[in-house]
Design a protein around this ligand. Structure first.
Ligand code: DX5
Ligand code: ZN
Length: 223
Protein backbone atom coordinates (compact mmCIF):
# COMPACT_ATOMS: atom_id res chain seq x y z
CA UNK A 1 0.00 0.00 0.00
CA UNK A 2 1.23 3.49 -0.82
CA UNK A 3 0.20 6.68 0.90
CA UNK A 4 -1.16 8.91 -1.81
CA UNK A 5 -0.78 12.21 -0.03
CA UNK A 6 0.74 13.49 3.20
CA UNK A 7 -0.93 16.71 4.36
CA UNK A 8 1.11 19.58 5.81
CA UNK A 9 -1.86 21.34 7.38
CA UNK A 10 -3.73 18.54 9.12
CA UNK A 11 -2.74 16.99 12.44
CA UNK A 12 -1.87 13.29 12.33
CA UNK A 13 -1.20 11.14 15.39
CA UNK A 14 1.33 8.34 14.93
CA UNK A 15 1.70 6.06 17.96
CA UNK A 16 5.20 4.64 18.29
CA UNK A 17 4.94 0.87 18.59
CA UNK A 18 8.22 0.84 20.51
CA UNK A 19 6.14 1.35 23.65
CA UNK A 20 3.56 -1.31 22.74
CA UNK A 21 3.28 -4.72 24.35
CA UNK A 22 5.13 -6.85 21.78
CA UNK A 23 3.46 -10.02 23.06
CA UNK A 24 0.15 -8.59 21.87
CA UNK A 25 1.24 -6.46 18.93
CA UNK A 26 -1.69 -7.29 16.62
CA UNK A 27 -4.18 -6.54 19.34
CA UNK A 28 -2.43 -3.25 20.14
CA UNK A 29 -2.60 -2.22 16.48
CA UNK A 30 -6.33 -2.92 16.28
CA UNK A 31 -6.91 -0.96 19.49
CA UNK A 32 -4.92 1.98 18.09
CA UNK A 33 -6.96 2.00 14.91
CA UNK A 34 -10.22 1.89 16.86
CA UNK A 35 -8.87 4.71 19.04
CA UNK A 36 -8.42 7.10 16.12
CA UNK A 37 -4.70 6.84 15.42
CA UNK A 38 -3.72 7.94 11.89
CA UNK A 39 -0.40 6.18 11.31
CA UNK A 40 1.63 3.47 13.01
CA UNK A 41 5.20 4.57 13.72
CA UNK A 42 7.64 1.66 13.47
CA UNK A 43 11.09 2.26 15.00
CA UNK A 44 13.99 0.24 13.63
CA UNK A 45 17.22 0.33 15.67
CA UNK A 46 20.45 -1.46 14.89
CA UNK A 47 22.62 -1.10 17.99
CA UNK A 48 25.07 0.98 15.96
CA UNK A 49 23.43 4.23 14.90
CA UNK A 50 21.65 4.17 18.24
CA UNK A 51 22.58 2.27 21.42
CA UNK A 52 19.53 0.01 21.27
CA UNK A 53 18.04 -2.76 19.11
CA UNK A 54 14.33 -3.00 18.36
CA UNK A 55 12.45 -4.75 15.56
CA UNK A 56 12.93 -5.25 11.84
CA UNK A 57 11.71 -6.71 8.59
CA UNK A 58 9.84 -9.90 9.71
CA UNK A 59 7.86 -7.97 12.33
CA UNK A 60 6.99 -5.31 9.77
CA UNK A 61 5.78 -8.00 7.34
CA UNK A 62 3.54 -9.48 10.06
CA UNK A 63 2.11 -6.07 10.85
CA UNK A 64 1.42 -5.44 7.18
CA UNK A 65 -0.69 -8.59 7.07
CA UNK A 66 -2.76 -7.52 10.04
CA UNK A 67 -3.59 -3.88 9.24
CA UNK A 68 -4.29 -1.48 6.40
CA UNK A 69 -3.10 1.52 8.45
CA UNK A 70 -0.18 3.50 7.03
CA UNK A 71 3.07 2.18 8.51
CA UNK A 72 5.66 4.89 9.04
CA UNK A 73 9.08 3.24 9.20
CA UNK A 74 11.80 5.17 11.01
CA UNK A 75 15.21 3.70 10.24
CA UNK A 76 17.71 4.49 12.98
CA UNK A 77 20.37 2.40 11.30
CA UNK A 78 23.73 2.96 9.65
CA UNK A 79 24.08 2.30 5.92
CA UNK A 80 20.34 1.87 5.27
CA UNK A 81 20.65 1.59 1.46
CA UNK A 82 21.04 -2.17 1.17
CA UNK A 83 17.90 -2.77 3.29
CA UNK A 84 15.50 -0.25 1.73
CA UNK A 85 14.12 -2.76 -0.79
CA UNK A 86 13.39 -5.33 1.91
CA UNK A 87 11.57 -2.79 4.09
CA UNK A 88 9.53 -1.62 1.10
CA UNK A 89 8.64 -5.21 0.20
CA UNK A 90 7.67 -5.93 3.80
CA UNK A 91 5.05 -3.19 3.60
CA UNK A 92 6.50 0.18 4.61
CA UNK A 93 4.45 3.15 3.44
CA UNK A 94 7.09 5.66 4.44
CA UNK A 95 10.81 5.16 4.83
CA UNK A 96 12.61 7.75 6.92
CA UNK A 97 16.37 7.74 7.09
CA UNK A 98 18.56 9.67 9.47
CA UNK A 99 20.45 12.40 7.61
CA UNK A 100 23.52 11.67 9.77
CA UNK A 101 23.57 8.01 8.66
CA UNK A 102 23.53 8.70 4.91
CA UNK A 103 26.72 9.56 3.09
CA UNK A 104 24.81 9.82 -0.20
CA UNK A 105 21.49 11.15 1.05
CA UNK A 106 20.38 12.29 -2.40
CA UNK A 107 20.78 8.82 -3.86
CA UNK A 108 19.12 7.17 -0.85
CA UNK A 109 16.06 9.39 -1.24
CA UNK A 110 15.86 8.64 -4.95
CA UNK A 111 15.88 4.93 -4.13
CA UNK A 112 13.08 5.28 -1.57
CA UNK A 113 10.90 7.06 -4.15
CA UNK A 114 11.74 4.45 -6.80
CA UNK A 115 10.56 1.76 -4.39
CA UNK A 116 7.15 3.46 -4.21
CA UNK A 117 7.48 4.69 -0.63
CA UNK A 118 7.15 8.19 0.74
CA UNK A 119 10.57 9.56 1.65
CA UNK A 120 11.36 11.16 4.98
CA UNK A 121 14.57 12.63 6.35
CA UNK A 122 15.10 12.67 10.09
CA UNK A 123 17.26 15.27 11.78
CA UNK A 124 18.90 14.57 15.13
CA UNK A 125 18.63 17.42 17.64
CA UNK A 126 22.04 18.84 16.67
CA UNK A 127 21.58 18.56 12.88
CA UNK A 128 20.92 21.86 11.10
CA UNK A 129 18.03 22.32 8.68
CA UNK A 130 20.50 23.31 5.96
CA UNK A 131 21.15 19.64 5.12
CA UNK A 132 17.73 19.61 3.39
CA UNK A 133 18.54 22.52 1.11
CA UNK A 134 19.50 20.53 -1.98
CA UNK A 135 17.20 17.54 -1.50
CA UNK A 136 13.89 19.30 -0.84
CA UNK A 137 12.30 18.04 -4.05
CA UNK A 138 13.12 14.45 -3.11
CA UNK A 139 11.45 14.42 0.31
CA UNK A 140 7.79 13.99 1.24
CA UNK A 141 8.26 15.04 4.86
CA UNK A 142 10.89 15.89 7.44
CA UNK A 143 11.14 14.25 10.85
CA UNK A 144 12.45 16.50 13.61
CA UNK A 145 13.86 14.40 16.45
CA UNK A 146 12.97 16.07 19.71
CA UNK A 147 15.06 13.60 21.73
CA UNK A 148 18.31 11.86 20.95
CA UNK A 149 17.06 8.70 19.24
CA UNK A 150 17.35 5.27 20.79
CA UNK A 151 14.79 5.03 23.55
CA UNK A 152 11.19 5.80 24.34
CA UNK A 153 10.23 7.77 27.42
CA UNK A 154 12.80 10.58 27.17
CA UNK A 155 12.10 14.28 27.72
CA UNK A 156 11.29 16.70 24.91
CA UNK A 157 14.31 18.87 24.01
CA UNK A 158 12.90 22.36 23.85
CA UNK A 159 15.70 23.75 21.66
CA UNK A 160 14.17 21.72 18.81
CA UNK A 161 11.05 23.89 18.83
CA UNK A 162 12.99 26.66 17.12
CA UNK A 163 14.10 24.20 14.47
CA UNK A 164 10.48 23.29 13.70
CA UNK A 165 9.66 26.99 13.37
CA UNK A 166 12.59 27.55 11.01
CA UNK A 167 11.55 24.59 8.84
CA UNK A 168 7.95 25.80 8.66
CA UNK A 169 9.14 29.24 7.54
CA UNK A 170 11.53 27.84 4.95
CA UNK A 171 9.15 25.19 3.62
CA UNK A 172 5.49 26.22 4.09
CA UNK A 173 4.13 23.14 2.30
CA UNK A 174 6.39 20.48 3.83
CA UNK A 175 4.77 18.05 6.28
CA UNK A 176 6.77 18.17 9.54
CA UNK A 177 6.78 15.17 11.86
CA UNK A 178 8.08 15.32 15.43
CA UNK A 179 9.30 12.37 17.46
CA UNK A 180 10.37 12.15 21.09
CA UNK A 181 8.82 13.29 24.34
CA UNK A 182 5.50 14.20 22.73
CA UNK A 183 2.91 14.29 25.50
CA UNK A 184 -0.12 16.43 26.29
CA UNK A 185 2.17 19.05 27.87
CA UNK A 186 4.62 19.32 24.93
CA UNK A 187 2.59 18.71 21.78
CA UNK A 188 1.22 22.26 21.73
CA UNK A 189 4.70 23.76 21.49
CA UNK A 190 5.59 21.57 18.50
CA UNK A 191 2.21 22.20 16.85
CA UNK A 192 2.38 25.97 17.25
CA UNK A 193 5.87 25.97 15.77
CA UNK A 194 4.51 24.21 12.67
CA UNK A 195 4.70 20.46 13.18
CA UNK A 196 1.68 18.48 11.97
CA UNK A 197 2.56 14.77 12.40
CA UNK A 198 3.04 13.72 16.01
CA UNK A 199 4.77 10.51 17.02
CA UNK A 200 4.02 9.49 20.58
CA UNK A 201 5.04 6.33 22.37
CA UNK A 202 4.87 6.70 26.14
CA UNK A 203 2.39 9.57 25.66
CA UNK A 204 -0.17 7.02 24.47
CA UNK A 205 0.87 3.63 25.81
CA UNK A 206 1.24 4.81 29.41
CA UNK A 207 -2.53 5.34 29.40
CA UNK A 208 -5.00 2.49 29.65
CA UNK A 209 -7.50 4.31 27.43
CA UNK A 210 -5.72 4.94 24.10
CA UNK A 211 -8.70 6.76 22.60
CA UNK A 212 -8.74 9.25 25.47
CA UNK A 213 -4.97 9.75 25.21
CA UNK A 214 -5.16 10.38 21.46
CA UNK A 215 -8.10 12.73 21.88
CA UNK A 216 -6.21 14.69 24.53
CA UNK A 217 -3.13 14.96 22.28
CA UNK A 218 -5.29 16.29 19.43
CA UNK A 219 -6.95 18.81 21.73
CA UNK A 220 -3.60 20.02 23.12
CA UNK A 221 -2.15 20.29 19.59
CA UNK A 222 -5.05 22.46 18.48
CA UNK A 223 -5.47 24.46 21.68
C1 DX5 B 1 13.08 7.26 19.78
C2 DX5 B 1 12.05 6.78 18.78
C3 DX5 B 1 10.72 7.24 19.11
C4 DX5 B 1 10.22 6.79 20.48
C5 DX5 B 1 9.33 7.85 21.02
O1 DX5 B 1 14.33 6.96 19.37
O2 DX5 B 1 12.36 7.22 17.47
O3 DX5 B 1 9.76 6.97 18.10
O4 DX5 B 1 9.55 5.56 20.46
O5 DX5 B 1 8.96 7.53 22.30
P1 DX5 B 1 8.37 8.61 23.28
O6 DX5 B 1 7.15 9.19 22.64
O7 DX5 B 1 8.07 7.82 24.51
O8 DX5 B 1 9.44 9.66 23.51
ZN1 ZN C 1 10.77 7.12 15.87
Amino acid sequence: MTLSHIPHDKHLIAPSLLSADFCRLGEEVHRLKASGADWLHFDVMDGRFVPNISVGIPVLASLRRTTDMPIDVHLMIVEPDSLLGAFAKAGADTLTVQAEACVHLHRTLQTIRQLGCRAGVSLNPHTPVSCLEYVRELIDFVLVMTVNPGFGGQSYIDACTAKIRTLRTLYPDLPIEVDGGIHANTIGRAAHAGANIFVSGSGIFSHTDYAAAIMELRACASG
